[in-house]
Design a binder for this molecule. Structure first.
Ligand code: NAD
Length: 278
């Protein structure tokens, strides 16, 4: 099965569906990523703070899959944004991943109280120019942070990876991306299993109409809205299920009904708020 790709502002293409490894313990990461690669995933989303880059790297090395068929993302953790630290951090990540470059390197959170996210962005530009990451972007940045990065450097991130699922859609960040050509990646695409999404009548009805699971209906909702997703599971049958989302299409009415789930008051958020995470 060929996963559609989305073109980034760097000119590189990213597979719209990938595999995320947040909270996958280091010793399980190699097995989970090996299974994902067997199933057909070619886009893996990890981060230095997940402490599982070695396992991801081992799975990639053993897979024998050509490097240019893979799309690997990792992220700079918050305590390494200052000074020249990002340069050391990317080299450590590349060593662990056993790679010469990553496809996408992100600053993980703006942590606005520290006020080092703009410095981190300038270092990511240097890291891209040095060939250590093909594309660069950010995560958990709000429009005010994105405006600051562009004002300081003139460089628009290729992506912003934000908490995004039917109950928490952050339309203001999506709008910022539309206006500037920045792509949106969803983290927690299934609400991390913390929000009762699968029981929601709009999700359940769409799933039933197409003979798919509620998780597949939600993933399809993201894909049809142009969002990049990388659901996480360490369960082989769910890894397969989450990849099997290209054989059906939600109707416009089903997409709209799922879009209407967002309570619009922020109460659907399951993770930290970028202004409060420091
Ligand atoms: P997710 O929405 O993908 O939820 C994962 C959970 O959903 C699993 O633990 C499992 O319990 C459940 N699940 C998965 N597939 C299912 C299925 N088919 N049916 C029923 N339940 C299923 O949440 P996530 O893992 O937090 O997000 C995906 C990825 O996003 C992460 O692995 C990570 O790569 C990234 N992420 C990034 C940030 C960030 O700050 N940038 C934060 C969290 C996650």
């Amino acid at each position: 099965m060929t996963v559609p790709t989305v073109k980034l502002n760097s000119g590189y293409e990213i597979p719209q569906l990938g595999f995320g490894v947040f909270l996958v313990p280091p010793h399980e990461a190699e097995k989970a990523v090996t299974e994902a690669l067997e199933v057909g995933y070619r886009h893996i989303d990890t981060a230095a703070i997940y402490k599982n880059e070695e396992g991801v790297g081992a799975a990639i090395a053993k897979s024998g899959i050509a490097r240019d068929e893979l799309f690997i993302t990792t992220k700079l953790w918050n305590d390494r944004q200052a000074g020249e630290e990002p340069h050391s951090a990317i080299r450590e990540s590349l060593d662990k991943l056993q790679l010469d470059y990553v496809d996408l390197y992100l600053t993980h959170w703006p942590t606005p109280e520290k006020d080092t996210y703009s410095n981190a962005w300038q270092k990511l530009i240097e890291i891209r120019d040095a060939g250590l990451s093909r594309s660069i972007g950010v995560s958990n940045h709000l429009p005010e942070h994105l405006d600051r990065l562009v004002a300081d450097t003139g460089v628009v991130p290729a992506v912003d990876q934000i908490e995004l699922h039917p109950a928490y859609q952050q339309q203001n960040v999506i709008d910022w991306g539309r206006a500037t050509g920045m792509r949106i990646e969803s983290w927690g695409p299934l609400g991390q299993g913390k929000y009762p999404l699968f029981e929601n009548p709009a999700v359940a009805a769409a799933a039933e109409a197409h003979g798919v699971s509620p998780a597949q209906a939600v993933l399809r909702w993201h894909l049809q809205r142009g969002i990049i997703v990388f659901p996480k599971s360490v369960n082989r049958s769910r890894i397969e299920e989450n990849f099997d989302v290209f054989g059906f299409e939600l109707t416009a009415a089903e997409v709209d009904a799922i879009t209407a789930i967002d309570p619009q008051d922020g109460s659907g958020r399951v993770g930290s708020h970028p202004l409060e995470f420091n």
